[in-house]
Design a protein around this ligand. Structure first.
Ligand code: MG
Length: 230
Protein backbone atom coordinates (compact mmCIF):
# COMPACT_ATOMS: atom_id res chain seq x y z
CA UNK A 1 0.00 0.00 0.00
CA UNK A 2 1.27 3.46 -0.88
CA UNK A 3 1.99 5.56 2.21
CA UNK A 4 4.39 8.36 1.28
CA UNK A 5 5.66 10.47 -1.60
CA UNK A 6 9.30 11.55 -1.42
CA UNK A 7 9.98 14.80 -3.25
CA UNK A 8 13.26 16.23 -4.47
CA UNK A 9 13.34 20.03 -4.18
CA UNK A 10 15.33 21.86 -6.91
CA UNK A 11 13.71 21.33 -10.30
CA UNK A 12 10.70 19.57 -8.71
CA UNK A 13 9.12 21.86 -6.09
CA UNK A 14 11.03 25.00 -7.15
CA UNK A 15 11.91 26.18 -10.62
CA UNK A 16 15.43 26.80 -9.38
CA UNK A 17 17.62 24.78 -11.72
CA UNK A 18 17.94 27.47 -14.35
CA UNK A 19 19.35 29.83 -11.69
CA UNK A 20 21.74 27.15 -10.44
CA UNK A 21 22.91 26.38 -13.98
CA UNK A 22 23.31 30.11 -14.73
CA UNK A 23 25.27 30.71 -11.51
CA UNK A 24 27.54 27.75 -12.27
CA UNK A 25 28.03 28.92 -15.85
CA UNK A 26 28.90 32.50 -14.87
CA UNK A 27 31.30 31.31 -12.17
CA UNK A 28 33.06 28.43 -13.90
CA UNK A 29 32.99 29.59 -17.53
CA UNK A 30 32.78 33.38 -17.59
CA UNK A 31 35.01 33.93 -14.58
CA UNK A 32 37.28 30.89 -14.33
CA UNK A 33 37.69 30.05 -18.01
CA UNK A 34 36.18 26.57 -18.16
CA UNK A 35 34.41 25.67 -21.38
CA UNK A 36 31.00 23.97 -21.35
CA UNK A 37 27.38 24.87 -21.83
CA UNK A 38 24.73 25.33 -19.17
CA UNK A 39 23.20 21.89 -19.83
CA UNK A 40 26.21 20.21 -18.23
CA UNK A 41 25.15 21.56 -14.84
CA UNK A 42 21.76 19.84 -15.18
CA UNK A 43 23.63 16.56 -15.62
CA UNK A 44 25.70 17.31 -12.48
CA UNK A 45 22.57 18.19 -10.48
CA UNK A 46 22.47 16.30 -7.23
CA UNK A 47 26.22 16.12 -6.72
CA UNK A 48 27.76 18.48 -4.21
CA UNK A 49 29.29 21.79 -5.22
CA UNK A 50 32.74 20.41 -4.39
CA UNK A 51 32.20 17.40 -6.67
CA UNK A 52 31.02 19.62 -9.54
CA UNK A 53 34.06 21.90 -9.28
CA UNK A 54 36.47 18.98 -8.95
CA UNK A 55 34.93 17.15 -11.93
CA UNK A 56 35.52 20.17 -14.17
CA UNK A 57 39.11 20.57 -12.92
CA UNK A 58 39.85 16.89 -13.59
CA UNK A 59 38.26 17.00 -17.04
CA UNK A 60 39.68 20.30 -18.29
CA UNK A 61 42.80 20.99 -16.21
CA UNK A 62 43.98 17.40 -15.74
CA UNK A 63 44.19 17.74 -11.94
CA UNK A 64 42.00 17.87 -8.85
CA UNK A 65 40.85 21.23 -7.53
CA UNK A 66 42.56 22.29 -4.31
CA UNK A 67 40.54 22.80 -1.15
CA UNK A 68 41.11 26.53 -1.48
CA UNK A 69 39.81 26.55 -5.05
CA UNK A 70 36.75 24.52 -4.08
CA UNK A 71 35.99 26.82 -1.18
CA UNK A 72 36.44 30.12 -3.03
CA UNK A 73 34.74 29.03 -6.24
CA UNK A 74 31.78 27.52 -4.40
CA UNK A 75 31.38 30.69 -2.34
CA UNK A 76 31.39 32.69 -5.56
CA UNK A 77 28.76 30.42 -7.14
CA UNK A 78 26.54 30.71 -4.05
CA UNK A 79 26.77 34.52 -4.11
CA UNK A 80 25.91 34.55 -7.79
CA UNK A 81 22.94 32.22 -7.19
CA UNK A 82 21.63 34.51 -4.45
CA UNK A 83 21.98 37.55 -6.72
CA UNK A 84 19.82 35.87 -9.35
CA UNK A 85 16.92 36.14 -6.91
CA UNK A 86 14.55 33.65 -5.31
CA UNK A 87 13.30 30.78 -7.44
CA UNK A 88 9.60 30.51 -8.04
CA UNK A 89 7.45 27.54 -7.09
CA UNK A 90 7.35 24.94 -9.87
CA UNK A 91 4.13 25.15 -11.84
CA UNK A 92 1.88 22.22 -10.96
CA UNK A 93 3.82 21.24 -7.82
CA UNK A 94 1.23 22.58 -5.39
CA UNK A 95 -1.48 20.64 -7.24
CA UNK A 96 0.54 17.44 -6.79
CA UNK A 97 1.01 18.18 -3.08
CA UNK A 98 -2.72 18.82 -2.65
CA UNK A 99 -3.50 15.44 -4.21
CA UNK A 100 -0.94 13.77 -1.94
CA UNK A 101 -2.72 15.35 1.04
CA UNK A 102 -6.18 14.42 -0.21
CA UNK A 103 -5.07 10.78 -0.50
CA UNK A 104 -3.71 10.88 3.08
CA UNK A 105 -0.16 10.17 1.91
CA UNK A 106 2.83 11.58 3.79
CA UNK A 107 4.91 14.11 1.82
CA UNK A 108 8.65 13.96 2.60
CA UNK A 109 11.33 16.30 1.23
CA UNK A 110 14.62 14.65 0.23
CA UNK A 111 17.16 17.20 -0.95
CA UNK A 112 20.93 17.44 -1.23
CA UNK A 113 20.61 21.16 -0.56
CA UNK A 114 22.19 22.52 2.58
CA UNK A 115 20.42 25.87 2.53
CA UNK A 116 19.77 27.10 6.05
CA UNK A 117 16.51 28.79 5.06
CA UNK A 118 15.00 25.61 3.61
CA UNK A 119 12.03 25.37 5.94
CA UNK A 120 11.17 29.09 5.56
CA UNK A 121 11.28 28.80 1.80
CA UNK A 122 9.09 25.69 1.87
CA UNK A 123 6.53 27.11 4.22
CA UNK A 124 6.29 30.32 2.19
CA UNK A 125 5.27 28.48 -0.99
CA UNK A 126 3.75 25.32 0.49
CA UNK A 127 2.44 26.30 3.93
CA UNK A 128 1.89 23.43 6.35
CA UNK A 129 2.87 20.71 3.85
CA UNK A 130 6.32 19.66 5.06
CA UNK A 131 6.97 19.33 8.78
CA UNK A 132 10.58 19.57 10.00
CA UNK A 133 10.66 15.85 10.90
CA UNK A 134 9.75 15.00 7.30
CA UNK A 135 12.78 16.65 5.73
CA UNK A 136 16.05 14.99 4.68
CA UNK A 137 18.69 17.56 3.72
CA UNK A 138 22.46 17.74 3.18
CA UNK A 139 23.09 17.74 6.91
CA UNK A 140 21.45 14.30 7.29
CA UNK A 141 23.81 12.66 4.79
CA UNK A 142 27.31 11.43 5.53
CA UNK A 143 29.92 12.69 3.03
CA UNK A 144 29.98 10.49 -0.05
CA UNK A 145 26.47 9.17 0.53
CA UNK A 146 24.46 11.89 -1.18
CA UNK A 147 22.54 11.19 -4.40
CA UNK A 148 23.11 9.07 -6.54
CA UNK A 149 23.70 6.95 -3.41
CA UNK A 150 20.37 5.54 -2.12
CA UNK A 151 21.06 6.78 1.43
CA UNK A 152 18.98 10.02 1.27
CA UNK A 153 15.90 8.17 0.04
CA UNK A 154 16.37 5.31 2.52
CA UNK A 155 16.50 8.00 5.21
CA UNK A 156 13.31 9.45 3.69
CA UNK A 157 11.57 6.08 4.20
CA UNK A 158 12.67 6.17 7.85
CA UNK A 159 11.35 9.71 8.32
CA UNK A 160 8.05 8.68 6.69
CA UNK A 161 7.59 6.30 9.64
CA UNK A 162 9.88 3.41 8.83
CA UNK A 163 8.01 2.30 5.72
CA UNK A 164 9.16 -0.16 3.03
CA UNK A 165 10.45 0.93 -0.40
CA UNK A 166 7.32 -0.63 -1.95
CA UNK A 167 5.17 1.80 0.06
CA UNK A 168 6.59 4.98 -1.45
CA UNK A 169 7.02 7.00 -4.64
CA UNK A 170 10.03 9.20 -5.46
CA UNK A 171 9.57 12.32 -7.59
CA UNK A 172 12.85 13.50 -9.13
CA UNK A 173 14.02 15.64 -12.04
CA UNK A 174 17.76 14.86 -12.18
CA UNK A 175 19.51 11.74 -13.48
CA UNK A 176 21.50 11.28 -10.25
CA UNK A 177 18.37 11.73 -8.15
CA UNK A 178 16.55 9.14 -10.24
CA UNK A 179 19.50 6.77 -9.75
CA UNK A 180 19.23 7.31 -5.98
CA UNK A 181 15.50 6.57 -5.89
CA UNK A 182 15.92 3.52 -8.09
CA UNK A 183 18.85 2.22 -6.00
CA UNK A 184 16.68 2.58 -2.87
CA UNK A 185 14.17 0.23 -4.53
CA UNK A 186 11.43 2.85 -4.70
CA UNK A 187 9.04 3.46 -7.65
CA UNK A 188 10.69 6.53 -9.18
CA UNK A 189 8.97 9.10 -11.37
CA UNK A 190 11.34 11.21 -13.45
CA UNK A 191 9.79 14.61 -14.18
CA UNK A 192 11.78 16.25 -16.94
CA UNK A 193 11.51 19.93 -16.01
CA UNK A 194 14.82 20.99 -17.61
CA UNK A 195 16.56 20.86 -21.01
CA UNK A 196 17.80 17.24 -20.86
CA UNK A 197 16.70 14.50 -23.23
CA UNK A 198 14.04 12.51 -21.30
CA UNK A 199 15.92 9.34 -22.25
CA UNK A 200 18.60 10.19 -19.63
CA UNK A 201 15.96 9.79 -16.92
CA UNK A 202 14.86 6.43 -18.34
CA UNK A 203 18.50 5.34 -18.55
CA UNK A 204 19.02 6.41 -14.92
CA UNK A 205 16.30 3.95 -13.89
CA UNK A 206 13.05 5.95 -13.83
CA UNK A 207 9.95 3.73 -13.73
CA UNK A 208 7.94 6.49 -15.40
CA UNK A 209 9.04 9.68 -17.16
CA UNK A 210 6.70 12.69 -17.39
CA UNK A 211 7.22 16.10 -18.97
CA UNK A 212 6.18 18.43 -16.14
CA UNK A 213 4.75 18.64 -12.63
CA UNK A 214 1.49 19.76 -14.25
CA UNK A 215 1.37 16.44 -16.09
CA UNK A 216 2.07 14.59 -12.83
CA UNK A 217 -0.79 16.50 -11.16
CA UNK A 218 -3.16 15.52 -13.97
CA UNK A 219 -2.16 11.87 -13.90
CA UNK A 220 -1.43 11.39 -10.21
CA UNK A 221 -4.48 9.29 -9.24
CA UNK A 222 -4.10 7.11 -12.34
CA UNK A 223 -0.40 6.53 -11.71
CA UNK A 224 -1.10 5.54 -8.10
CA UNK A 225 -4.01 3.27 -9.06
CA UNK A 226 -1.94 1.60 -11.80
CA UNK A 227 1.13 0.84 -9.71
CA UNK A 228 -0.15 0.48 -6.14
CA UNK A 229 -2.89 -1.43 -4.39
CA UNK A 230 -4.80 1.04 -2.25
MG1 MG B 1 16.37 18.18 -8.51
Amino acid sequence: MLKAVLFDMDGVLFDSMKNHAEAWYQTMCEHHGFVCDRTLFYLYEGSTGAQTIDALFCEQRGRHATEYEIETIYREKSTCFTQLGPAEAMSGAYDVLRKVGAMHLTPVLVTGSGQASLIDKLSREYPGVFTSDHIVSAKDCPIGQGKPHPYPYLMGLQKAGGIAPSEAIVVENAPMGVQAGHAAGIFTIGVNTGPLDPQVLTDAGADLVLGSMEELAQRFETVVATHFAL
